[in-house]
Design a protein around this ligand. Sequence first.
Ligand SMILES: *[C@@H]1O[C@H](CO)[C@@H](O)[C@H](O)[C@H]1NC(C)=O
Ligand SMILES: *[C@@H]1O[C@H](CO)[C@@H](O)[C@H](O)[C@H]1NC(C)=O
Length: 308
Amino acid sequence: MQLREILSTALATAPLAVSAAGTLGFAVGNTNPDGSCKVQSDFEADFQAIQSNTDAQLVRTYSSSDIFGNPCHTPSEVLPAAKNAGIKVLLGMWPDGGAYDKEKAAIDEADPTSFGDTLYGITIGSEGMYRGTYDGDQLLGWISDMQKSYPDTLLGTADSWNCWNNGSMDAIITSGIQLILANGFAYWQYQDISNATKTYFDDMAAALGHVQDVTGSLDKVHFMNGETGWPGTGGSDAGAAKAGDDNMETYWHSAVCGLLDWGVDLFWFEAFDEPNKADAIGDNGQIASEKHWGSFNSDRSPKFDMHC
Ligand SMILES: *[C@@H]1O[C@H](CO)[C@@H](O)[C@H](O)[C@H]1NC(C)=O
Ligand SMILES: *[C@@H]1O[C@H](CO)[C@@H](O)[C@H](O)[C@H]1NC(C)=O
């Protein structure tokens, strides 16, 4: 039975016994609320908050240098902090807009493989295929280059669940990449909170099912949900999807705890509110606030109980 079917069955039947739970991770930004680059002590404070309020064992970052010209040296700061805290890091590279070489240099500078198990892996790109900021051939080239430089490191790439599902990334799936992160937001599908968990499970089952079909294997490539989340109070609505801390908490306990119960690893987007983050044009074409997606406030206080 494919996990697609297992997940579909999961929706129809209550679990009698929970097998190995999935691993919970958090997406963390690399700047402080005042816009400055996070240094080791900032990440240590982040991890202290995450570890005292959640069961997470993993975090992911997005860019390693900084696409806006402010050199953050994130890998060199986050890895020592994570090693001290005993948490693992999936280091992100943001290669869009010609930044690949700069991003790789910031990874190299940190000597990430010297951190042992603290380095969970490295991701090359996040939703660039969905946004159209790079194409499959570019991504394949970067993956191949990283495979040569980091042959013993888990390498992955993140994109929207529908890109993994609809055939446009099949060449990536078969590239030898070891880790696939499929992002899924019921919120951006304008779902009322009452239908959000079903939508999220359907998205993940569709993406995973396609990856399994293309690889002809249940587990040849490690599959994770790269991002899910729900905007809290102060955030923008998207159709029937209403921002608010209550809905965020409901989504956490139903969708996040539900998928973890079924053994799928996932990253919550995101750990901390980012009051300095610029508004973006949302998937619905309207201006959307990106400031309130944290399950923690920007002062690192938790918005609700995040234990499942
Ligand atoms: C796959 O989905 C993405 C995101 O919705 C879309 O941009 C792309 O055109 C789709 N590709 C195909 C082959 O359907
Ligand atoms: C609920 O979610 C499912 C799965 O995404 C979708 O097919 C269905 O149309 C949604 N229902 C409503 C009322 O939007």
